[in-house]
Design a protein around this ligand. Structure first.
Ligand code: ADP
Ligand code: MG
Ligand code: MG
Length: 255
């Protein structure tokens, strides 16, 4: 049982006079076994939230707290956060030149678990997860994200999540740019992880489409660096019909 608690989180980007506050007091609690959807328009700060939890150096925490099982996440290095059980699937996964998928996954698993996974079971696990994600075995020998299609990048992110078995998985627009087949495969990967239990999922998305495949327990509408409304899955339907316009208007009036 894990719990990620975000309290009154304020985050800025840029330096000195160019510093701009992006997150303006975010409160959110994600527990094992729960799936939370964060839904909001472009530029509202969703990726900033994901990167801030993961420890990207570009973002400056100016206030608030993030804890995992009571431990201060903001005091941890990026590696320590991963070892503590936090996982981030990035919206724009980066290339790792000269490093194969196979080596990358094994290195990541070793770093997260503190010891190298046993070779025999590891090879089997990688193979079976790749099969489930409908990935060709040749994919393992390609360099990470080099020349990957949008769908391959997102499958690779989910493959990492499957093998690293995090306590809390943050998926930043894992649905963006996917065709229907890739969306189904990626969603099934997330749902397998949920069914196995014990993972808390923070699913960040701009569109309601992925929520037809992954039913969240909680939906949070994210606008202008804050959570503007919270509800259950029915809130996603309301957004599908009405969009974000009313929330954007409201956030400007109160800003
Ligand atoms: P979302 O993921 O919801 O689309 P982001 O977190 O990517 O939103 O961006 C939120 C806001 O922060 C945007 O206005 C974006 O332009 C701004 N922003 C993000 N990174 C930087 C940066 N390095 N410098 C200046 N502004 C940034
Ligand atoms: Mg965006
Ligand atoms: Mg984003």
């Amino acid at each position: 049982m894990s719990v990620l608690e975000i309290r009154d989180l304020h985050v800025s980007v840029g330096e000195g006079d160019d510093a701009k506050e992006i997150l303006k007091g975010v409160d959110l609690t994600v527990r094992s076994g729960e799936t939370h959807a964060i839904m909001g328009p472009n530029g509202s700060g969703k990726s900033t939230l994901a990167y801030s939890i993961a420890g990207h150096p570009k973002y400056t925490i100016t206030g608030g707290t993030v804890t995992l099982d009571g431990e201060d996440v903001l005091a941890m290095s990026v590696d320590e956060r991963a070892r503590a059980g936090l996982f981030l699937a990035m919206q724009y996964p980066v290339e790792v030149p000269g490093v194969s998928v196979s080596n990358f996954l094994r290195t990541a698993a070793t770093a997260v678990k503190g010891e190298a996974p046993k070779l025999r079971t590891w090879v089997k696990d990688v193979k079976s997860e790749m099969d489930l994600l409908e990935m060709d075995s040749a994919f393992a020998e390609r360099n990470v994200n080099e020349g990957f299609s949008g769908g391959e990048k997102k499958r690779h992110e989910i493959l990492q999540m499957r093998l690293l078995k995090p306590a809390i998985a943050i998926l930043d627009e894992t649905d963006s740019g996917l065709d229907v087949d890739a969306l189904r495969v990626v969603s099934e990967g997330v749902n397998r992880t949920r069914e196995e239990g014990d993972v808390g999922v923070l699913l960040i998305t701009h569109y309601t489409r992925i929520l037809r495949y992954i039913t969240p327990d909680f939906v949070h509408v994210f606008v202008n660096g804050r959570i503007a409304e919270e509800g259950g899955p029915e809130l996603a339907e309301k957004l599908e019909n009405e969009g974000y316009a009313a929330y954007i208007k409201g956030s400007k009036e109160t800003a």
